[in-house]
Design a protein around this ligand. Sequence first.
Ligand code: NDP
Length: 276
Amino acid sequence: MTIIDGKQIAKEIREELREAAEKAGITPGLCVILVGDDPASAVYVRNKARGCKDAGFYSRTLRLPAETTKEELLGIIAELNNDKEIHGILVQLPLPKHLDEAEILSAIDPDKDVDGFHVRNAGALMLGRPAPVACTPQGCIELLKRANVPLTGANAVVVGRSNIVGKPMALLLLQENCTVTVCHSRTKNLKEICREADILVAAIGKPRFITGDMIKPGAAVIDVGINRLDDGTLAGDVDYEAACEKAGWITPVPGGVGPMTIAMLLKNTFEAACRG
Ligand code: NDP
């Protein structure tokens, strides 16, 4: 059984990007906007800024009060859309309730939408056209490829159908010629479906939801979940110990998909900088 070391792979990607940026003579710039004081979001934003620093990128973090109005935020995004130092703009989600996420995200210049959430970029993924792709599912594919998991013809099951993970994940697996099944909270016979998966992606948000008896022997198990337990520790959506008994490959939490999300954000920022 192979434990896929996302932390190490993400480090390699940061190095590759640093070298590529140096070679191209560019300094990719990322601006992350954090509205409000959600503690988990603050950690994610810090990690993104650190990732930029590690790759030699320019990073700017705008911390705005929770009461920031729609007009103020749209004004800031409009300025960043025209800022030559900034190639990628990321609005950290979730936003405070009075701000409409879809409206805010669609104000970002699609070429600077390094999260891949803009409707143009989500549509491009659907059509198989080149565009920034959502970071977490892109990171999952990169992990599978770098671990040499066979993709063509594999039976892939994605549990979760969110716009930021489950749906783009399914489309990317389809692009890789997997046979894809998407499951969600209304799925019948979830256990049986999961048991057929050569590749099982868990993006549910429920700690240790995927139990050992849901895993096909030898399967590649990609655990996207990040769940904070009462004792302060983190758990994925997969029962890791039980899964290790069955899986052929597995990603740990932490140290699996999480670092790859940031690595793919840097990759999207680099590519945006290359486009100019
Ligand atoms: P959402 O809450 O948006 O989506 C969860 C999905 O899981 C939904 O589609 C839901 O189904 C499905 N689901 C919930 N309960 C069940 C169930 N009992 N059986 C089957 N499916 C179920 O979450 P996200 O997609 O945003 O995130 C998923 C997890 O990934 C979270 O733990 C999150 O923290 C983590 N995450 C990690 C990232 C990383 O960098 N590693 C990045 C982003 C997220 P339905 O649609 O029917 O409600």
